[in-house]
Every structure is written in structure tokens, then in C-alpha cells.
Design a protein around this ligand. Structure first.
Ligand code: SF4
Length: 472
């Protein structure tokens, strides 16, 4: 039965680092009841699509019920500078009769029709829970479709039930390694060719990185997979260095490319000034080209001083403001770096499901009186705001109402963000966002007493102004 057990088992065995991290996570009592929102998240199929859909000139077909495709499509703001084909949703729309008689023929006909009408450079076919359970042979269908159309048709064995989001990323990586990488040759190669792996160009993040590399004369041979075209992924095996920008998700690609093609890899972050400085330095050191290290240092000096100058007006207005931050994913840590650069005071960090190492790191960012709240709830956050005179709450949309009740500015930052916070430009973007949120005229209106409270004593107003959710 598909999905191919060997490949999925391989991916499981490569998840050891991840499993270690899971073990490190603080144990929760088994009696813990589910809370609204805690089950929110995506399946392996979803994350496999997130990894591959940014190959923008390919068509992506979900082989399964239309609900699988509908549940995730458009959730992420991965941007393209060229083809918009990746934005079109295709599905074989598996129904009851397909479950009984098999959906293979329907899928095959669909691929032929899609090829005729849209002329994609490649087609990716994603299995889902239903089509994997009924045993549709997508491997064979893709082979037949490739032979018939001449367009590479790539199976991705990613039914949701195989495991976590990270496993979906890995399975997507396996599909690229097996069917795409190494299948074409670039016109030319240079000693400064690199691949960027694991940055999906959410809100255009990769566009903040490329100009820096271009200034250094470093060529990005393939982006795996933000704002990528199919062809560039095919010749990724000719790069001199793989730079992983999201370490857990696609590390299997880098490890296997090192084994198969002898390409070394480094894991870097582009979120935070120190992080991007270090990233550029490490790339230069690894490429080892004469005078590249010196040029990199010059670029860092130029970019950081330019950033400092641009941040100054924001720092003047934001310095000393007290913020509470709810961290959900690693990139949210960028906010910590940005807030520190702007002289803001982080009085509390609310966090869940972090490893011990991450908790130690989080605590190191806070002052002596800083609070780490490991069990979040709107009530607890409201209390934190009231007890610590917080000026702003930064979180995903879960706590928007909490901020409104506390009548303080709220900045919504989530994985589906609409602003690119990567690199030096990203820090500036974050400063603009913080400033625009904090000084939005709406807060003056929100904090003004309502007409029926005018003339009342503070005690009377407090009675009308709730301080906890129960009072609403
Ligand atoms: S868990 Fe299975 S059925 Fe649900 S969206 Fe993912 S692939 Fe589809």
C-alpha cells in the first residue's frame, strides 16, 4: 500500500533530533484537559504542501477529498516574483465511488487535462489520508503521466496520518531528492553558488536576503523552496554550499546532498541583526573565496550603521515602553531582538511547549524581574498586563480580545504574517509595525471614558470597567 513504508520509515529515523527535543519538553500532567485552540495545527500533508507549493511554476494536485485542499490553500503568504500558477488549487476531489472503485484513473485523467490547459513545468501530486488508505498507486500514475506528457510528475507520499508537521516537511524533501534535484544542469556554475533551504518566502522574506548576497557577488543557485522555479531546484546539486534557514524542517535535504554530492551545509537564522551578521560571516567563511570575508565585513558595517540611523526616530518614540510577548514559534523571537534594539522593556514572555534549552534562552533575554509564563490563558495575561503596567501586547490573534479588554495596543504576529521581518530590512519593518501599532490614534479613542462614565468618580468607573474576563 502507498505511501511507501521504507521512505516514511527513513524519515522517522531521521527525526531523532526532533524526538530528542520532544522528550526534553516539559511533561504535562496526563489529566490536562484540551483547551480551545490547542488542537489547532496542520497535518503532514499540509506541511508537505507548504514546503513544495512555493515552486511557483509547477501545478500542485491534491489527490484526495476537496476538503483537504480547501482546508489549507491560501493559508500561507508565500510570494512569487514570477508565475502565479502555484496559487491555483487543483484536486482530484475523491468521492464515495472513488473510495469503492479507486481514484487512480480519475487522477490520471486530471493530470492530462491539467497539463493540456495550464502547461506547467512540473506537476506535484500529494496523497492524502483517504487515497493512501484505499491504496491508490500514485507512484505508478505519476510515472505513466510523465511518460505520456513529458512533464515531470512527482508523487509526494504525505497522508496526514503519518505524523507531525516536521515529518511532512521531510517527506517533501525526500520527493525533491528522489525526483527533482540532480535532474538538470545549470548553464554555468561559479565558485560562489549557494542554495537557500527552508525559507518559503512568507510575505517576501527571501527578497530581504537576496540583495545582500548579490552585493557580495554570491549567486543563489536554488531556493528550496521560496519563490522558486522548478528548473532551479533541478540543478541545486551544483551549489558549493547549502544554507539552511529553517533548521529542523528540511535538514534531511542538506544531509543527503552532503552525502550524495559532497555539498557542505550550515544552519543559520536571518531573523535578528546579530543573526544575519553571523549568517553572512559563516557563508563567506565556508565559501572561502579570496577577499569575500573582507567584503562581507564591510557590508555588515554598512548595513548595520544604515539600520541604526533608520531606527533612531523609532527608538526615540518607543524607548522604555513595556511589552508582554507571547511566543509561539521561533521566528517570534525576532521580536525580542527588535524590541531590545529599540530600547523597549520586555516585562513578560508567555510561552508554551518550549524545550528546557529554549526556556533558559528565553529567561536570559529578560531582566531580573522578568516573568516567564509557561501556562498561558487570557485571564493570566490580563492579570500580567494590569499588575505590570504593560504598554503593549504582542501575540497571535488568540489574545486580541485580551488586549482590547485591557485597553492597550495589540500587535498580531503569527506564522501567517503579512510583513517580511527577515534581515536588516525586517528589523526596520518590525520597528515601523511597533510604532504604527503603539501610536495608532485608535488607542486614544479606546482609552477615552465612554459618554455615560463622564463625571463619575474613579470608583464608579472601575465598577463599569471590567478587570477580568468574568466581569464581561
Ligand atoms: S489529516 Fe488527512 S484528511 Fe485531514 S487534511 Fe490532512 S490529509 Fe486531509
Amino acid at each position: 500500500m502507498n505511501p511507501q513504508p521504507r521512505k516514511i520509515n527513513d524519515s522517522f529515523s531521521e527525526s531523532n533530533d526532533e524526538n530528542q527535543q520532544q522528550k526534553q519538553k516539559k511533561k504535562k500532567p496526563s489529566t490536562q484537559l484540551p483547551q480551545p485552540g490547542t488542537a489547532q495545527g496542520s497535518c503532514a500533508f499540509d506541511s508537505a504542501m507548504i514546503t513544495l507549493v512555493p515552486i511557483t511554476d509547477a501545478a500542485h494536485i491534491v489527490h484526495g477529498p476537496s476538503g483537504c485542499a480547501a482546508s489549507i490553500w491560501g493559508n500561507y503568504t508565500s510570494l512569487s516574483s514570477g508565475s502565479m500558477l502555484y496559487k491555483t488549487r487543483f484536486t482530484s476531489d475523491t468521492d464515495e465511488s472513488d473510495i469503492i472503485f479507486g481514484g487512480a484513473k480519475k487522477l490520471y485523467k486530471g493530470i492530462l487535462e491539467l497539463q493540456r490547459r495550464y502547461k506547467p513545468t512540473a506537476v506535484f501530486v500529494y496523497s492524502t489520508c483517504i487515497t493512501a488508505l484505499i491504496g491508490d498507486d500514485i507512484e505508478g500514475i505519476c510515472k505513466d503521466a510523465t511518460e505520456k506528457t513529458g512533464i515531470p510528475t512527482i508523487p509526494v507520499h504525505c497522508p496526514g496520518f503519518i505524523g507531525s508537521q516536521n515529518l511532512g516537511n521531510r517527506v517533501a524533501g525526500e520527493a525533491l531528492l528522489e525526483h527533482v534535484i540532480g535532474t538538470a544542469e545549470p548553464d554555468i556554475t561559479t565558485p560562489l553558488d549557494i542554495n537557500l533551504i527552508g525559507e518559503y518566502n512568507i510575505a517576501g522574506a527571501i527578497w530581504n536576503v537576496l540583495p545582500l548576497l548579490e552585493k557580495l557577488g554570491i549567486r543563489v543557485l536554488a531556493k528550496i523552496t521560496g519563490d522558486a522555479v522548478y528548473q532551479e531546484v533541478c540543478y541545486a546539486h551544483r551549489a558549493k554550499l547549502n544554507v539552511i534557514l529553517s533548521s529542523i524542517a528540511l535538514i534531511n535535504i542538506a544531509k543527503k546532498m552532503e552525502k550524495l554530492y559532497g555539498i557542505p551545509y550550515i544552519e543559520e537564522s536571518i531573523y535578528g541583526v546579530e543573526q544575519i551578521n553571523q549568517c553572512l560571516r559563516n557563508i563567506a567563511a565556508k565559501l572561502g573565496h579570496p577577499d569575500l570575508i573582507e567584503r562581507t565585513e564591510n557590508l555588515i558595517v554598512e548595513e548595520t550603521s544604515d539600520l541604526e540611523a533608520k531606527l533612531t526616530p523609532y527608538r526615540i518614540r518607543l524607548q522604555g515602553k513595556r511589552l508582554i510577548l507571547s511566543i509561539k514559534n521561533f521566528k517570534s523571537w525576532l521580536i525580542i531582538f527588535a524590541a531590545q534594539k529599540l530600547g523597549m522593556e520586555i516585562i513578560a514572555i508567555c510561552t508554551q511547549n518550549n524545550t528546557e534549552d529554549e526556556l533558559i534562552r528565553i529567561k536570559s533575554f529578560l531582566g531580573q524581574d522578568g516573568i516567564v509564563l509557561e501556562s498561558e490563558s487570557p485571564e493570566a495575561i490580563l492579570q500580567l498586563i494590569n499588575n505590570n503596567q504593560a504598554n503593549i501586547l504582542i501575540s497571535d490573534a488568540r489574545y486580541r480580545d485580551t488586549a482590547l479588554i485591557a485597553r492597550i495596543p495589540f500587535l498580531d504576529i503569527d506564522i501567517e504574517r503579512n510583513h517580511a521581518y527577515a534581515c536588516y530590512r525586517g528589523i526596520l519593518e518590525m520597528a515601523r509595525e511597533l510604532y504604527a501599532t503603539f501610536y495608532s490614534p485608535v488607542w486614544e479613542q479606546v482609552c477615552r471614558p465612554v459618554p455615560w462614565d463622564v463625571g463619575k468618580t474613579a470608583k464608579e468607573i472601575t465598577g463599569a470597567s471590567p478587570t477580568s474576563l468574568e466581569e464581561i
